[in-house]
Design a protein around this ligand. Structure first.
Ligand SMILES: [Zn+2]
Length: 438
């Protein structure tokens, strides 16, 4: 039964009308969902705001229309389940033959950064909903259930803690963050309780490994690689690991007119030399990037030799050994540069996350789907963090990247993608699901 459907729905050849229609629907829904914003004239949707509740209701409605049963878990995630063939409609239990079949889980987040884009996260919820609606219309069911999760929180904007939704599902939610306060001084715990979500029930939101066959996230690339190479989609190899430091440099302030160059202890020039070293050390090695995103001269003045400087550095790489080697070299360089310039340095490591590799068997199945749809294959690492990182604690994970326009800009209102790419990604995702082997 399913074999026929595979050929009819996402068989080889050019993009069929059915997927063009899905592309149109996905783009229209991205616009409709973006109406749910807490700030006029821009898209800002933070955890458990009124706009966030509105978006959750809208997603739940589309999930039901697509033939899914919908529930909210204790973190406020919106979870739609498309039952397996022969499974009971309410999605609970199922027949003895299907009750134990692990689900293919997909989804992404529906919170946004302040003044963000409408595809980041949202695409990975809207796209599978449209694909499932198409299967539902044609009466197609699979041997496994499909669950689409709209993760309630990923960006960390309101409570300065990221991946809240996916960590709840992965069973790795750090309850310490429940005491984090928003800008109004309300704790996450208070806000959750007021919205009807009891934090003491968070452990119930966790999936057991045997319930999940795989987690596959569709996401815009948020970068320029696919755009530069004229490719609509790509297979993610790994979500890069990251190391972040804050550095304080202490030199000696002096008069810009009277202290000769050879007698200076200029903290800003030490920071500048370090910045150039980071740029050089992280260049030319695929998957390695280094950024000095904060660079300040506290109380600096035009006529004063900078006595202090402060900067951040963020080093990411697909492979942990590559990142560790770069971090070691950069720390050595900081010591050398500061010692030569007689600058005191204080380094604080603020973040450390290991790389999360995507499962080879899932990458291979995504690759087959892309090639079957007639597109060249491109593998690329994800430099940005995603919900799939958290889900890796409970299931093998994979990601399908979709091309962004506008130079790959994201976390910005200029974030765009095109309808044709939504259609192509829907075709690739459908092909993947129809041929999915756990
Ligand atoms: Zn995202």
């Amino acid at each position: 039964m399913e074999g026929d459907v595979v050929q009819n729905v996402s068989g080889e050849g050019p993009l069929q009308d059915a997927f063009q229609q899905l592309g149109i629907e996905i783009m229209q829904r991205a616009d409709a969902l973006a109406v749910h914003s807490e700030a006029p004239g821009m898209l800002t949707r933070t955890y458990l705001s009124d706009a966030h509740h509105g978006a959750a209701e809208q997603l739940a409605g589309w999930m039901r229309e697509a033939g899914m049963t919908v529930r909210r878990d204790a973190a406020g995630n919106v979870i739609g389940r498309y039952a397996a063939a022969g499974e009971r409609e309410d999605g609970i239990g199922g027949t003895s033959a299907t009750a134990a079949v692990p689900a293919l889980v997909t989804g992404s987040h529906f919170d946004t950064v302040r003044n963000g884009g409408k595809f980041d996260g949202n695409l990975g919820i809207l796209l599978p909903i449209s694909c499932i609606a198409a299967w539902n219309r044609s009466g197609t069911r699979f041997a496994f259930p499909i669950e689409v999760i709209g993760f309630a929180e990923e960006e960390g904007v309101r409570f300065k803690a990221t991946l809240l939704g996916s960590r709840a599902v992965a069973g790795t939610f750090d309850t310490g963050v429940l005491d984090n306060l928003d800008e109004q001084g309300q704790s996450m715990r208070e806000v959750m309780l007021a919205a009807g979500y009891d934090p003491s029930h968070l452990p119930d939101a966790a999936y057991r490994a045997e319930q999940v066959a795989a987690f596959v996230e569709v996401h815009i690339e948020q970068g320029p690689l696919l755009l530069n190479e004229s490719l609509p989609v790509g297979v993610v190899t790994a979500i890069s690991g990251a190391t972040r430091f804050m550095a304080q440099l202490q030199g000696l302030a002096g008069h810009a007119g009277t202290v000769p160059m050879h007698m200076r202890r200029d903290a800003a020039m030490a920071a500048a030399e370090i910045g150039l070293y980071i740029e050089q050390r992280c260049s030319g090695q695929a998957g390695l990037v280094g950024t000095m995103g904060i660079l300040e001269v506290p109380q600096g003045a035009a006529n004063v030799v900078p006595g202090a400087a402060r900067f951040s550095m963020d080093i990411r790489a697909e492979r942990d050994d590559v990142r560790h080697a770069a971090v070691t070299d950069i720390c050595d360089a900081i010591e050398r540069i500061c010692s030569a310039r007689r600058i005191e340095v204080n380094l604080t490591r603020t973040h450390e996350a290991a790389s999360v590799p995507c499962a080879p068997h899932l990458q291979a199945q995504l690759a087959q789907a892309i090639e079957a749809c007639g597109w060249p294959l491109r593998h690329l690492p994800s430099g940005a963090g995603h919900d799939a990182m958290a889900l890796a604690a409970v299931a093998p994970v994979a990601m399908l990247f979709v091309r962004c326009g506008n130079g790959g800009i994201s976390h910005h209102p200029d974030e765009i993608m095109i309808e044709e790419d939504a259609a192509i990604a829907a075709q690739v995702f459908s092909r993947f699901v129809e041929n999915f082997v756990p």
